[in-house]
Design a protein around this ligand. Structure first.
Ligand code: CDP
Ligand code: MG
Length: 735
């Protein structure tokens, strides 16, 4: 009796022994099953699994994402087709037949909402059409915003190639700390945050003829703020064209927001995707991913695999595990190319995911959410979705922001599944149960504006002269408490006065393209005469968490190398130490290699540092060095981060103001030290609320740098004499 596929919501048939049935039988039986026609399930599995018995995961087919193309459809593109001229590829995109109609609609309406399936050519084609149509005459520019840096870079590179120009000439991109544009650049792909900053220098966007807010459905904080600002600019610049492009979600809301702007629909090309769920929840989704990828590889017909994970660390771990197992399996399996893609991946590595898979091999792309809608990778037939993403969350009551791995929304899960049906009928394997999908996933993702701190944005809006934030035209307003807290924080940082007006210091803070606390720290380095060191700390903090690497086979060496950088005082000084030694080595890559330091991260830190240094003059901070007096560096950091402080109590660390329980991250140089007072750069919620990048401080400094915020009384320590030396587990105990 072959495996039975389940329709969503039905009970399992429960035949005895069914649990033991191997995954590939269930799946293959199920896979050949058309919706509503179960007889096909009696087919024998055609593929042999070469993995060990226990390394399988059982999936059941449950639903199908309906496509508009026949399930059989054309086969995946062959090598020959992929080599077709780039212009032929352009003409084959779903948006192409609508070129004239679209241009006419743009000509006739100031604001147009454009809805189209991911991969239909919105991002790469529409700006080119506008360019061809003459929208960039008289030196006018076209902006196209992307929520993610990687997308801006890779899309610009693609478009430059399609237009046969050098990247940075007619087509360029601009992301924070990296500007690949020139005087000649008329098509500017940029992050939404960068366009937001453009308002500071050009409040009416006068040099732009078209602004395309792309990936609008992502609803990032910056995109949401752009909506309000652009709507306003459009009112007094009738010749400005505004395009809001989105995947097939939420377009009616955008239309309503922009005074009932028309919606232009690009019909998609979508093949059906069979969706499979696991029978039981998976305890370790990373391990489950690796096993499932190999299962797909050995049992499924050709077609590339796309895996969704939540971030760089996880992706690197998964890739390493996959490569490891492939090596062990050796010639027992066909070649499997394992390619990561995440925000900090260097661009040459990013480009690799778009290269065609060599014949006989299979490609597996292990990606963050970026591959959900921003990037389209040709040839994907299988999607593996553990159902998680990394999300910021914010508690306006405590002012604590944290990054958490959370279940993705249903909308997100369906976007992910859809990625499998672009070139042919595909399959999506969800590493959770059908029950979990129905009962545990939210319908849609909450817009970022409702789950993040707003300090940055409020400072920017204030610098743009927008004072009444409560009545700003938000698509979805942020929680009132969050706005209030942002104002309070900016007041505490000295960026706003008691009337809520921007101060001189606030104006300077807005000039620096970093968070208010970081800008404050940089400004404070003037007072403590240590701007050289603070610039380094700031640069190192912005490449965050990817400084050290720890190869599996050299864990001991790597850990020793890291510990060798430790300096008393804490992690910020460790970062400073790493950078200083690297600079002394002549910025050597060999030095990085020997010290288990990531060369690319360091190179990026150097770029960031140079850019920040270039801005110092604008904010009237002179270059100075502390000459080894690290107390000054620590005080300057405290001047920016006095909001993020914790003290050691009898029951572990508590944040000073809100009395929240927090823990030092095991990777911190202070993990065993457990100083009484400390500040942290950020909180990350994994198994606990971990403070990342912590610095030992003295409570008296808080009174020195923020007398308006702290009272001497709340910094008293009643148990100071009797504090146990160590609280919490040591690194060894944690394993
Ligand atoms: O924006 P939308 O999702 O509608 O589509 P797009 O990003 O403009 O992608 C159109 C086509 O360009 C897809 O077939 C992509 O595979 C291709 N593309 C590419 O080959 N390399 C890139 N860096 C970006 C897009
Ligand atoms: Mg796009």
């Amino acid at each position: 009796q072959p495996a039975r596929a389940m329709d969503l919501g039905e009970e399992e048939s429960g035949a005895p022994g069914e649990e033991q049935r191997r995954w590939e039988e269930a799946r293959l039986g199920a896979a050949s099953l058309k919706f509503g026609a179960r007889d096909a399930a009696s087919q024998k599995p055609k593929y042999q699994l070469v993995l060990e018995e226990e390394e399988t995961i059982e999936f059941v087919r449950a639903t199908q994402l309906q496509g508009d193309e026949e399930p059989s459809g054309p086969p995946p593109p062959t090598q020959a087709q992929q080599k077709e001229s780039i212009q032929a590829v352009r003409r084959s995109l779903p948006v192409f037949p609508f070129r004239e109609e679209l241009l006419a609609a743009i000509a006739n309406h100031q604001v147009l909402i454009i809805e189209g399936e991911t991969g239909s050519g919105k991002t790469t084609q529409i700006p080119q059409y506008l360019f061809e149509e003459g929208y960039t005459k008289k030196g006018m520019k076209i902006a196209c915003t992307q929520p993610r840096r990687v997308a801006a870079m890779s899309v610009a590179a693609r478009v430059a190639r399609e237009m046969g120009v050098k990247l940075g000439n007619e087509v360029g991109y601009s992301i924070r700390f990296e500007d690949c544009t020139s005087e000649r650049t008329v098509l500017r792909y940029m992050t939404d945050g960068m366009l937001l900053r453009e308002f500071l220098s050009e409040p009416d966007l006068a040099s732009y003829s078209v602004v395309m807010v792309d990936e609008a459905h992502e609803r990032t904080l910056h995109t949401d703020i752009l909506f309000g600002l652009i709507k306003d600019v459009a009112r007094f610049r009738p010749e400005l064209k505004v395009l809001v492009a989105s995947a097939t979600l939420d377009t009616a809301r955008f239309s309503t927001f922009f005074d009932d702007a028309p919606v232009f629909r690009i019909p998609g090309r979508r093949f059906p995707v069979d969706i499979f769920y696991t029978k039981a929840p998976e305890a370790d989704y990373l391990e489950a991913c690796v096993v499932s990828v190999l299962q797909i590889h050995v049992t499924q017909p050709p077609g590339d695999i796309l895996v969704f994970l939540t971030g760089q660390e996880e992706i690197e771990a998964a890739c390493e595990m996959l490569q490891d197992r492939c090596r062990r399996l050796g010639s027992k399996i066909r070649e499997l190319l394992v390619l990561p893609i995440y925000a900090n991946l260097p661009s040459d590595m990013q480009a690799r995911i778009f290269q065609p898979t060599p014949p006989g091999a299979r490609k597996v792309v292990v990606a963050t959410n970026i591959a959900e809608t921003s990037l389209t990778i040709e040839g994907i037939i299988y999607v593996l979705d553990p159902g998680f993403c990394k999300q910021k969350s914010y508690n306006p009551r405590t002012g604590m922001e944290s990054l958490t791995v959370t279940p993705c929304s249903k909308a997100s899960a369906n976007q992910r599944a859809g990625r499998a049906g672009r070139v042919a009928a595909g399959k999506c394997f969800r590493l959770y149960t059908a029950w979990a999908y129905q009962h545990e996933l939210e319908e849609t993702t909450v817009p970022e504006i409702q789950r993040t701190s707003l300090g940055n944005v409020v400072l920017l809006l204030k610098s743009l002269g927008i004072h009444d934030l409560m009545h700003f035209d938000f698509l979805d307003p942020p929680p009132y408490e969050t706005l209030l807290l942002a104002l309070e924080q900016l007041y505490a940082l000295g960026a706003l006065n008691h009337l809520g007006e921007l101060t001189t210091s606030g104006r300077k803070m807005a000039e620096l393209p970093v968070d208010p606390m970081l800008s404050k720290m940089i400004l404070a380095s003037e007072k403590y005469s240590c701007s050289e060191e603070i610039l380094t700390v700031a640069a190192m903090l912005s490449v965050n968490n990817s400084i050290f690497y720890r190869p599996k086979d050299k864990v001991v060496h790597a850990d020793n190398a890291r510990v060798n950088f430790f300096l008393p005082g804490g992690d910020h000084l460790v970062l400073l130490n790493v950078y200083t030694q690297w600079a002394e080595s002549g910025y050597s890559s060999q030095w990085c290699y020997e010290n288990f330091v990531q060369f690319r991260s360091m190179r990026r830190a150097r770029d960031v540092r140079e850019q920040l240094e270039g801005l110092l003059e604008r904010v009237e901070v002179g270059l100075s060095s502390c000459q080894g007096d690290y107390i000054r560096v620590r005080k300057a950091i405290t001047a920016g981060y006095f909001y993020h402080t914790a003290r050691l109590t009898r029951s572990g660390y508590r944040t000073v103001k809100q009395q929240q329980t927090v823990f030092i991250h095991p990777n911190s140089s202070l993990f065993e030290e457990q100083p009484r007072w400390l500040l942290y750069h950020e909180l990350v919620l994994t198994t606990k609320e971990f403070m990342r990048q912590v610095l030992e401080i003295e409570s008296s400094w808080l009174l020195e740098v923020a007398p308006h915020y702290y009272k001497a009384k709340e910094l008293e320590d009643p148990h100071s004499k009797k504090m146990p030396k160590k609280i919490g587990k040591t690194r060894e105990e944690l394993g």
